[in-house]
Structures are given as structure tokens and as C-alpha cells.
Ligand binder design. Structure first.
Ligand code: SAH
Length: 236
């Protein structure tokens, strides 16, 4: 089922990449039974809701580039979409960020076993990362999946995106109503909505909407605010 599902995305994967996906499935299920990484426990759901869903972004072409893109996955948790994308795009450089040590340890361990040398991790709060010279406005692409509520997510993610780069957020259909009300906040943070795309997961396992926001201006220095504030007092 794994190979068939991956093939349905038309990715032209090599034997090595298919083996990496097999290993990822095996390791992820094993780790998830030991420490609770996600409520999705069985193989079929993991393949569709984690692998296939993470990989839907390949259909947007945003990560296909001749240049080596720097890509951050904020709140990567057990490594989604980070790990599947690092397998599919060996020429891009990925950074997975999460504030929870045990999750970062699992992601690191799995990445090592899969021989992924294009992936780094950072156990840090995104609020801190966004104010560091080394990372602020340095990423070509910033990704989020199930990371935070919309206005919190915007404040945490947009400061990390470089000018002309983009934030691509994995969202559910309810985002469409919220989006209209957030245009001012997106503008304040230096972004502009570029594209919205809809997909269906196989076997009626849900809908996925991608929101692509281009960075057109620098984000004002005061964002992101201090740890916890973007969540406690979201911009409005
Ligand atoms: N992206 C994964 C996990 C989503 S759960 C997936 O789609 O399966 C959200 C994750 O974001 C959690 O692991 C949590 O620890 C992390 N997180 C939430 N707020 C954060 C912050 N401000 N800084 C760093 N990590 C954060």
C-alpha cells in the first residue's frame, strides 16, 4: 500500500527513496508505540494522513528549484511534513523546529537511520528563533502543519521568511473564513496572500488546503513578541 500511495503522487522516486519511506514507516510506528507522538497509530492512516498529506505540497511545485532552498518546518512534532520532504528533496536543506526535546530526539534519530544529511533540527521556541540574526528572514520556505491558531502562526512564521520567500501553511477548510479577517495582519507582518490550493486525501480521509503567503516587506522588529505572547494575545 505504501508504494502504491506514493506512486499516485507521480514523484518518480528512486529505489533508495522508496526504501527510505519503508524504513520511515517502520521506525515511526515503532517510536509512536513507545512514546506518544501522534494519535495516528496504524499503518494505513500513517501512510495517508502523515506521508501522503505531507507530500501533497509536491503538487504545488514550490519546493522544486534548481537552487538549494532552505526550508524550515515549524512545530515539526514527530517529523511531519519534515521527514517525507527531506526524502523527496535531497537537494534542499531542511530545519525542523520544536520546543519538545523528546520529539526532536526522535526526529534526529530517524533522520540518522535514514541517512538524511540534508536535515537539521533545533529544539527551540519559534519566538526565540525568529529574533535570532542567524535565522530571522533567512528561509526560502517556511512550512507549518497543525502548528498553531492562524494569527499566532502568522506572527511566529512570517518573521523567519526571507524577502521573496514564502510561508506555506497546511490548513483545513475552516481557514477560508478566517483568512478574510487576517489580511491586515498578514500585511503588517510583511506578507501577501499569493495562492490557495485544495486537495482531497484518499479514502475520504479529509481535505487539505495550502495557503501560500509571499514575503514582500521586512517584518517589523517587535515580531514575534516574547515567548507565549503570540498565543496568549494573538494579533487582531
Ligand atoms: N507538524 C506536526 C506536529 C503538530 S503538533 C504534525 O503535523 O504532525 C504542534 C507541534 O508544535 C508540537 O509538537 C509543539 O511542541 C510544537 N510547538 C507549538 N508551539 C511552538 C512554539 N512556539 N515553538 C516551538 N514549537 C512549538
Amino acid at each position: 500500500m505504501l508504494t502504491k500511495t506514493l506512486k499516485s503522487l507521480d514523484l518518480a522516486l528512486s529505489k533508495k527513496q522508496l526504501r527510505q519511506f519503508e524504513k520511515l514507516l517502520e521506525l515511526y510506528l515503532e517510536w509512536n508505540s513507545k512514546i506518544n507522538l501522534s494519535a495516528i497509530k496504524d499503518a494505513k492512516e500513517t501512510i495517508i494522513k502523515h506521508f501522503y498529506d505531507s507530500l501533497l505540497i509536491t503538487q504545488l511545485d514550490a519546493l522544486n528549484s534548481k537552487l538549494k532552498l532552505t526550508v524550515a518546518d515549524l512545530g515539526t512534532g514527530g517529523g511531519f511534513p519534515l521527514l517525507p520532504l527531506a526524502i523527496v528533496y535531497p537537494d534542499n536543506n531542511f530545519l525542523g523546529v520544536d520546543s519538545v526535546q523528546k520529539k526532536i530526539t526522535v526526529v534526529k534519530t530517524i533522520a540518522k537511520e535514514l541517512d538524511l544529511n540534508n536535515l537539521k533540527t533545533s529544539m527551540e521556541r519559534v519566538e526565540t528563533l525568529g529574533q535570532k540574526q542567524k535565522h530571522r528572514e533567512k528561509f526560502d520556505i517556511v512550512l507549518t502543519r497543525a502548528f498553531a491558531k492562524w494569527h499566532t502562526l502568522l506572527e511566529l512564521a512570517l518573521p523567519l521568511v526571507k524577502i521573496k520567500g514564502k510561508l506555506i501553511a497546511y490548513q483545513g477548510p475552516q481557514i477560508l473564513a478566517e483568512l478574510e479577517q487576517s489580511e491586515k495582519i498578514i500585511e503588517l507582518l510583511g506578507g501577501k496572500i499569493q495562492k490557495i490550493s485544495h486537495f482531497e486525501l484518499p479514502e475520504n480521509m479529509g481535505e487539505r488546503i495550502f495557503i501560500e503567503i509571499e514575503k514582500i516587506k521586512n517584518t517589523p522588529k517587535q515580531y514575534p513578541r516574547e515567548i507565549g505572547i503570540p498565543k496568549k494575545k494573538p494579533l487582531s
